[in-house]
Design a protein around this ligand. Structure first.
Ligand code: HEM
Length: 414
């Protein structure tokens, strides 16, 4: 039995901030290992990467999520009391509610709403010399997902509500003003959505039966109780916020089309599975969430190492998606690689791995892929545009990654 190797410094919190997405990979490479122990934010933490250890990380007998998310993430990205921090049967019950919203028909409806929204926005772009694609994508997705979930969105509030969802995503790993903007944004959004949940419960607002606002307002947990209004708001925001987050991938897809013009040609040639491969490669290649966190339930031994009870463990999503043992030339953008991909639940994990219902894998993966496809088809076939000179370099220490220009396009023609 081996001791888990240590990274050899008293505290690595600042190094994590500096190395960002590469923090775990750099240390694994230096130590010749797939896991090591570090000290992060005053806590001993085991960091691990790769397909085999991802399989271990998603073993519910050994790992749990309760109390793992640091308070600064709960106050911004996640909210308190949401599905991310549940385990066992309470998790299964809540997760079932999310998965019930994800039927093929409902996802197709969201895709249609989003396509219509893109066309509506573009009509307006023709009158402007330039537009920031990321900002447009956020607003367009926010309008579509609010309509889909049953959330009434007042026209004069569209921009500020959209900005609040973006701020929550942008704040999780940030310090200073970016972090505080995310906290204030969450408080505003929770108050707003709590009011809507109450309106539905008191029949002051009538919504479609199968929309998320209705399902979440009337969801009962294992004890048979309705969710308290704050938790209901947190869960509804857990649908809207990450749908707005798909704007990051849409911006990355547009960057990929710009930087790899041969991909655009293949998309235009309408080679059927190529669109699927392209979207998957965007999710693999570009950085979004760097890690996910869990805690050991009990002491155990695995892969020749002893894991103590109560230890925090981080799984490297970005590093696993760029692991050269799983992906040839991992830092090259190559959609065709997905032709050969073996569909392991633990090798391609931009939105987590393992099981949907019994694990914490993202229930929004199908939505993400569909909304990306709608946007890629729209960008590559419905409009013509130029890409002005701009700074598209992305720092891997900024989480989530973002090019300074947020991808500007100009001279848009429909
Ligand atoms: C969980 C990424 C879109 C809802 C997660 C996790 C990741 C992730 C990394 C954590 C997995 C884990 O803990 O093991 C993303 C990315 C997205 C996206 C990168 C697109 C940009 C969506 C969408 C929705 C959604 C569109 C809903 C409509 C959720 C929920 C969870 C989750 C509710 C918590 C699941 C649980 O704890 O059981 N996502 N997601 N996500 N995602 Fe997504």
């Amino acid at each position: 039995m081996h001791e888990i190797p240590r990274d050899g410094v008293p505290d690595s919190t600042l190094s994590f901030a500096r190395d960002g997405y590469l923090f775990i990979t750099k240390r694994c490479t230096r130590l010749g290992t797939d896991l090591f122990r570090s000290r992060l934010m005053l806590q001993s933490t085991v960091c691990m990467r790769g397909e085999e250890l991802a399989g271990l990380f998603y073993d519910n007998e050994r790992f749990e999520r309760a109390g793992v998310a640091p308070s600064r993430l709960q106050e911004t990205l996640f909210g308190r009391g949401g599905v991310q921090g549940l385990d066992g049967n309470p998790h299964r019950c809540r997760k079932g509610m999310f998965l019930s919203l994800m039927s093929a028909e409902r996802i197709a409806e969201l895709a249609e709403l989003s396509a219509a929204q893109w066309h509506r926005s573009a009509a307006n772009w023709e009158r402007r010399s330039q537009v920031v694609l990321f900002d447009e994508a956020c607003e367009s997705l926010c309008r579509a997902v609010c309509a889909w979930t049953g959330i009434p969105l007042v026209e004069s509030e569209v921009r500020s509500r959209t900005d609040d969802f973006v701020a929550m995503i942008d704040a999780g790993a940030a310090i200073g003003p970016r972090h505080w903007c995310g906290r204030w944004a969450r408080n505003r959004a929770e108050r707003w959505i709590e009011g809507l949940v109450e309106d539905v419960r008191h029949h002051r607002l009538t919504v479609d039966e199968d929309c998320a606002l209705n399902a979440i307002s009337w969801h009962r947990d294992l004890s048979g109780e309705l969710l308290d209004k704050r938790t209901a708001a947190v869960e509804l925001i857990n649908v809207v916020r990450p749908t707005v987050a798909v704007a990051w991938y849409i911006m990355f897809a547009a960057m990929a089309l710009h930087q790899h013009p041969q991909c655009r040609e293949r998309l235009l040639a309408a080679e059927a599975p190529y669109l699927d491969y392209f979207v998957e490669e965007v999710r693999r290649f570009y950085p979004f969430f760097p890690v996910v966190a869990a805690r050991t339930r009990r002491e155990f031994e695995s892969k020749g190492y002893r894991f103590p009870k109560g230890e925090r463990v981080l799984l490297d999503l970005y590093g696993t998606n760029h692991d050269p043992r799983l992906w040839d030339e991992p830092h090259t953008f190559m959609p065709e690689r997905f032709r050969q991909w073996k569909r392991s639940p633990f090798s391609f994990i931009p939105q987590g791995g393992g099981e949907y219902l019994d694990g914490h894998r993202c229930p929004g993966e199908w939505i993400t892929v569909e909304l990306m496809k709608v946007a890629v088809v729209f960008i590559s076939t419905s409009i013509r545009y130029s890409v002005p000179q701009q700074d598209l370099r992305m720092s891997l220490s900024r989480i989530p990654a973002m090019p300074p220009s947020r991808f500007v396009i100009g001279n848009v023609q429909i």
